[in-house]
Design a protein around this ligand. Structure first.
Ligand code: UDP
Ligand code: MG
Length: 142
């Protein structure tokens, strides 16, 4: 038995630039996930730093902030059975070179830095990330 969960996903700036918003979202929907919130935004560097605050000590934190604020992104909340792990499976490994064939990152991403898509990695992350972008009124659960 799996629980109904919500998870936060982002089509990152390289995904928007490469015109694969529809491809990414289509994969989530075909897998049975429901989009319950979605918008396009352009984060500042400090917005991106706040979103990725868990990585503040990592060597790539500065570049990650720069990349995530380099252009608009599409942020969405996905709902469904086991949504957190399912979304991660559809995304593939962080490094596209190690991602399983048929995953978003294997098919579309160019590098471990610029890897097209984000998905919450745990219930705790989702609980931080969803309200980072969406108020309760912007989430349209079924
Ligand atoms: N990242 C990076 N270099 C690394 C690891 C990660 O630039 O060595 C970036 C990449 O965009 C990744 C994000 O930082 O998606 C967050 O890293 P995390 O380990 O949380 O990977 P994810 O959860 O996105 O698979
Ligand atoms: Mg992560």
């Amino acid at each position: 038995m799996t629980a109904i969960q919500r998870t936060l996903s982002i089509v990152k700036p390289d995904g928007v630039q490469k015109r694969v918003i529809g491809d990414v979202i289509g994969r989530f929907e075909k897998a049975g996930l429901r989009i319950v919130a979605m918008k396009m935004i352009h984060m500042s560097s400090s917005d991106a730093g706040g979103f990725y605050v868990v990585h503040r000590e990592r060597p790539f934190y500065g570049e990650l902030r720069e990349y995530m604020s380099s252009g608009p992104v599409v942020v969405l909340v996905l709902e469904g059975h086991d949504a957190i792990a399912l979304t991660r499976r559809i995304m593939g490994a962080t490094d596209p070179a190690h991602a399983d064939p048929g995953t978003i990152r294997a098919d579309l991403a160019e590098s471990i830095e610029r890897n097209i898509v984000h998905g919450s990695d745990s219930v705790e992350s989702a609980a931080y990330e969803i309200p980072f972008f969406f108020s309760a009124m912007e989430i349209h659960g079924g």
